[in-house]
Design a protein. Structure first.
Ligand code: GDD
Ligand code: MN
Length: 376
């Protein structure tokens, strides 16, 4: 080694045992929970070499700041602060990929999961009895008493769909509490979806049975501070994940939402055309142009709220995004008409040519919007 860069004795790294377990904690507005969680992890994992990686999506309550304070005091703690991105699954994936131990656990920050099970989970992985250990609420000895009726019903329904449609045979594929062999996770990671909440379901479905899974019971507790981030939109995310897995990742939720928003645009267009023609008394070409602009605007707004809600444009970026979206859609219209025309030229079947053109238009708009408007 070059003499000049050889570290002096005072800069020798501290002799910390390399971790056998990495605990990944996704956080969003969990400022009041993270310290308690860390203390409980210390107790639960006494005698084990572990690291804790918090993945925070730039929480407005400054969770990242509290975690960094902790990281300064304790070298086992790290903070990944992500800016401009939201999503539980994506945060877990990033956390596990940033970890260094052979085994990685994911646990919620709000103390609803039972950290005292971690040692048992680790023993199962280290004893080579499984590749993935799931904390399960729905096997003998587990429970989710803190759920209200509505949440319990939704959870049961989603579990049933996962079992029947995706043939995921475990009792609690919706669990957010699990431990996995990092090497195995890394093999699956390129195919996992960063959208949504259902990282565990995604892992199991993506492995297509090639993963030894064990469930151990735990009781899903009540939240200590703050509130749940699950909203009605997670149902959409769930549906998207199921579809994506069923079609081997050909159809993504984003594309489906984008196409759905696109079809609402047709009605918006007709309504605006009607108003401009019959109420405002505009000549047809102007009225038609007005319909197109109104429809593009409404598509943009809906996409920003629904399709791309995890990377929603805000403030000045909205205006820039809107203008780019107009541009993308205008070129898309040429692609649409061009394809329709060439199909019609070969096969003069109006609906076939029309549908081919529309499909081309939506695929173009989707691809270009992802590249230029909501690019991440
Ligand atoms: N980084 C990041 N980004 N973290 C997030 C995000 C996000 O967008 N959304 C939620 N989290 C964090 C929360 O801060 C918390 O630590 C954890 O993820 C779980 O979020 P909650 O909002 O508390 O979810 P929940 O309690 O309603 O749902 C839990 O139970 C479900 C089982 O019914 C989660 O564990 C789900 O994953 C699980 O499926
Ligand atoms: Mn929670």
């Amino acid at each position: 080694m070059n003499e000049a860069i050889r570290p002096g004795p005072e800069s020798q790294p501290q002799a910390v045992a390399s971790p056998e377990l990495s605990v990944v904690v996704p956080t969003f507005n969990e400022r009041d929970n993270v310290l308690t969680l860390f203390r409980r992890l210390e107790t639960a994992l006494a005698g084990k070499a572990f690291e804790v990686i918090f993945v925070d999506d730039n929480s407005p309550d400054g969770t990242w700041d509290v975690v960094r304070g902790l990281a300064r005091q304790d070298s086992r703690v790290r903070c990944i602060r992500r800016i401009g991105r939201r999503g539980l699954s994506g945060a877990c994936i990033e956390g596990i990929l940033a970890s260094s131990a052979a085994c990685a656990a994911v646990i919620d920050a709000d103390l609803q999961h039972d950290e005292t099970q971690l040692k048992k989970m680790l023993a199962l992985l280290q004893g080579n009895e499984a590749d993935l250990v799931v904390g399960s609420r729905y096997i003998e000895g587990g429970s989710a008493d803190s759920f209200n009726k509505q949440r319990a019903g939704a959870s049961a329904l989603a579990t049933e769909v996962a079992r029947r449609v995706l043939r995921v045979k475990i009792a609690d594929p919706m669990s957010g509490f699990f431990m996995i062999r990092r090497e195995r996770f890394e093999q699956l990671a390129p195919q996992l979806s960063t959208q949504g909440f259902k990282i565990l379901l995604d892992i199991i479905a993506t492995a297509h049975g090639d993963l030894r899974v064990k469930e151990i019971p735990y009781t899903f507790g009540s939240r200590l501070h703050g509130e749940s981030k699950l909203d009605s939109m997670v149902a959409l995310d769930f549906l998207g994940l199921v579809l994506a897995k069923l079609t081997n990742d050909v159809v993504s939720l984003r594309f489906l939402l984008f196409a759905m928003v696109g079809s609402t645009g047709l009605f918006v267009h007709l309504a605006a055309l009607f108003v401009a023609l019959n109420i405002l008394g505009w000549p047809f070409p102007q009225a038609q142009a007005c319909g197109a602009v109104v429809a593009m605007t409404s598509n943009f707004i809906l996409n920003n709220f629904l399709t791309y809600r995890d990377q929603r444009l805000k403030g000045f970026a909205i205006l820039r995004g809107l203008l780019l979206f107009y541009l993308v859609c205008s070129v898309g219209l040429f692609a649409n008409v061009g394809v329709a025309f060439s199909v019609y030229d070969k096969q003069p079947i109006w609906w076939l040519a029309g549908a081919a053109g529309a499909l081309m238009g939506v695929v173009w708009n989707y691809a270009m919007s992802g590249l230029f408007v909501w690019r991440k």
